[in-house]
Design a protein around this ligand. Sequence first.
Ligand code: MG
Length: 371
Amino acid sequence: MKDKKKVVILGSTGTIGRMSIDVIKKIDGFEIVGIASGKSVDLLLKQKSELPWVKTALTLTNSDDIDFCGEDAIEGLLNSTNPDIVIVGISGFVGLKYALLAAKYSKRLCLANKESIIAGGNFFFDSVKSYGCEIIPVDSEHNAVFQLLDSERSDIAAIYITASGGAIRDLPIEKLKDVTPEVVLKHPVWAMGARITVDSSSMFNKGLEIMEAHFLFNIEQEKIRVLVHPEGKIHGMISLKDGTVKALLSHADMRLPIIHALSYPERVKVLEEFEPSGIFNLFPPDHQRYPALDLAYDCLKDGDGARVAYNAADEIAVQAFLERKIGFTKIYETVSKVIDKGWPKVLNDYESIDNIDGKVRKLTLEMINKC
Ligand code: MG
């Protein structure tokens, strides 16, 4: 019998983390050896009560019942569990630091944290490679494109990532400024965390995913396209030089990319068969409704600092929207103003990236408080 692969889940109490535990319980060949959360002590302890052998870590708070707490908690957890695979399900910029650590201690990152790719850029990929670790994307669109590219050896003419358009896709543009957090948080297709759900409606999430695709697949930005697909059944497509387009279809269920990233190149059955029937709408996004898309392409041209700014300013602005300090359309206005301040073109170590991230957050907060 083959040894089970040892898995650590960073962000086990979040959406991706909870789904990962659910999936791993249902399949053979993997054993969860460690779980970590920011500050959700109660849920982490509940998860441990069902997996009594696992080691636990908390980064933002302390508890006597947890094995590792504080700033070095993740390193302690990784060092003591020696995992084969780390699922990086943390959201936000903090994921960069922990994804880098995870790459040092494991052979595969199942990476759901897009911020590490966007803020880290070439520095992140070079570092992960230097540790001899591989990255399998968990983001559903990128996981789809990864699967499609895997079987294709010729040049790629374009890749397509799909977007649902979010909860307010059909609302008249002039009404967008008055939309409330409650309405935006009702995502039509996917169950996700708060920031990413807001970012789906503004398409900041898709902007981040354009940047993510650029680095993951080493593909020019002109070849990365977004299509609105309200049904959420086609997740990614690749267009080949002979005019053929290959698409990946599946249930809109994050457990699928998680299983794929864990078990690749094997296939594991967890969900019922997918029936590829029905109506499939695919159309280009309205760039006036979703100005965050053009802003993302501009940031890719502007270099490392602009991408850090796009991500960090959006994270702060979305939080301000959720706290009702600014309106929905102010998210874009704020982020684009912050980016216009101008940021360094090249950031090639963690400290400089972290430094710019901090400056962007501070500036964004100042702008919001002046509103
Ligand atoms: Mg996605």
